[in-house]
Design a protein around this ligand. Structure first.
Ligand code: AMP
Ligand code: ZN
Ligand code: ZN
Length: 470
């Protein structure tokens, strides 16, 4: 695997000039009475040999010589999120680096996302060990009546405002217990939570190239021990982008998976060059899977209730959150209950099936409409726009559906000194990842919804270990 970063390109450049100088010096020193013809052929051979030797050096050895081995690594976790990477992509698209990590480390048959199977709720569950109803990021769009404000992904001001982010993410647990953390993107890392931020963090920039993200991680690992973070996070959106645009079974999504695998391969080469590949604890996850969706399979909700009876409605294709005007909840509920087609269902928040863990936050809307897999919820106006753009003829991908559906299944791959090797474990919920990370880092975890049995199943030498919250 080649290691190509600005540092190495510089090294290569420096080496080539050293080679050029020594080449010239050597040739100058070979002066004698030899015949001119002999001399010319000897010179030509010698310079060819030197050029070849320098090329070989420049391509291989000096890169390794330039990167210093890290010999004093503390127990360290690098959490990598591949947005929207469905569990079956590993087998379906054969990404070699990911499959090799899975074969040599731990893989869950799949990871069960939390409901709703959307990006922000699940990312924040992974790092807090809390269900969305407990950590407050209940959807990608949130209304909080207490501060009468709306949170959405495109509103940077709110995404960076700590008031939305409840519970304690792993980087705050680490910083509070005197460990350093670093993030090249992860939902929540841009906000101050519980008075803390990661020591190193970046504002989300979807255009930052994956290579640059990887280089940032490697440069933080290159810091001296006192400054080096022990928890790092790395985020990639490629598989979610392609999955939405073309559907999970498209060639474009396959190519996105294989390209991402190469980017991860480049990270692994960087870890190998630093001699920490087998030591650092990699946890590679996704937040949810991806379902095939035909936009013609649409349920136009405003045919079935009067939206003017609601104070606000968050329209997403896979979950619609309705906040009724005072006194209108029953009217809206009865109207939907009576008239919705069998492809969608309305729930009062209190009626949501217990397995969704989606009833106990004041931020969850009083009424929720959920469609069957592959169907989209929309309204007359938005659907007309989709039709006008020719969108309804396309096959696309979506997520946010019932978190137990096979199409929503995510991945969990772990590799490193703390993990078992060659271990396939049964599917588990993503609330259990936080405890795994605090155990590796020797941190006292904040109260959470995770099951410590999972920590024992994936970590080496934990047979008799008891969880902090039995
Ligand atoms: P969705 O598919 O709507 O659930 O969300 C996926 C989108 O979230 C991706 O396209 C990302 O660009 C976006 N995203 C990921 N991390 C962040 C972040 N920290 N801030 C804002 N948007 C983000
Ligand atoms: Zn996502
Ligand atoms: Zn998405």
């Amino acid at each position: 695997m080649s290691v190509v970063d600005p540092e190495n390109r510089e090294t290569t450049g420096r080496l080539m000039s050293v080679c050029e100088i020594s080449n010239a010096g050597l040739i100058a020193s070979v002066r004698s009475n030899f015949e001119q013809a002999m001399m010319r052929s000897f010179r030509s051979l010698l310079s060819k040999w030197l050029a070849l030797a320098c090329l070989v050096l420049a391509l291989g050895q000096p890169v390794r010589a330039q990167i210093k081995p890290i010999t004093d690594l503390q127990p360290t976790v690098l959490l990598i999120s591949m947005d929207g990477f469905r569990y079956d992509y590993l087998q379906r698209y054969s990404p070699a680096n990911l499959n090799s990590l899975a074969a040599n480390g731990v893989r869950a048959r799949w990871l069960i996302p939390s409901f709703p199977s959307k990006t922000f709720p699940n990312h924040y569950t992974i790092v807090t060990g809390l269900y969305p109803e407990h950590h407050g990021i209940v959807e990608n769009n949130i209304y909080d009546a207490g501060f009468n404000a709306i949170f959405k992904l495109s509103d940077r001001h709110e995404v960076e405002n700590g008031r939305w982010w409840l519970g304690e993410p792993i980087w705050v647990t680490a910083e509070k217990q005197n460990q350093k953390s670093a993030s090249v993107f992860y939902p929540g890392t841009e906000a101050e939570i519980g008075g803390k931020r990661p020591t190193f963090w970046k504002k989300y920039d979807q255009h930052l190239a994956n290579d640059d993200r990887v280089d940032m991680i490697l440069s933080w690992l290159d810091l001296p021990r006192q400054q080096r973070p022990t928890f790092l996070s790395l985020y990639f959106s490629d598989t979610d982008d392609a999955g939405h645009e073309f559907g999970p079974l498209s060639n474009e999504t396959k190519q996105a998976v294989l390209k991402l695998d190469q980017d991860i391969g480049r990270l692994l080469a960087g870890l190998r060059a630093r001699q920490i590949f087998n030591r650092i604890n990699l946890i590679i996850v996704s937040d949810h899977g991806m379902a095939t969706v035909k936009l013609s399979s649409a349920i136009l909700l405003d045919k079935f209730f009067d939206p003017s009876l609601a104070e606000r409605i968050f329209w997403t294709r896979e979950i619609v959150s309705i906040f009724p005007k005072p006194g209108q909840e029953d009217v809206i509920y009865q109207s939907l209950k009576r008239s919705l087609p069998p492809t969608a269902r309305v729930y009062r928040k209190s009626e949501m099936p217990a397995r969704f863990h989606y009833s106990h936050s004041p931020r969850i809307a009083p009424l929720l409409v959920l469609p069957k897999e592959g169907w989209i919820l929309t309204n007359k106006k938005d659907f007309a726009e989709l039709e006008a753009k020719g969108e309804t003829k396309k096959t696309r991908g979506g997520h946010g559906y019932d978190n137990q559906l096979p199409s929503m299944r995510a991945v969990f791959i772990a590799h490193g000194e703390a993990f078992k090797t060659g271990k396939l474990v049964a599917p588990f919920e993503n609330v259990s990842i936080y405890n795994i990370m605090t155990s590796i880092l020797g941190l006292t975890p904040a109260p959470n919804d995770g099951n410590f049995r999972i920590t024992r199943a994936v970590l080496a030498g934990m047979k008799k270990a008891r969880g902090p919250h039995p």
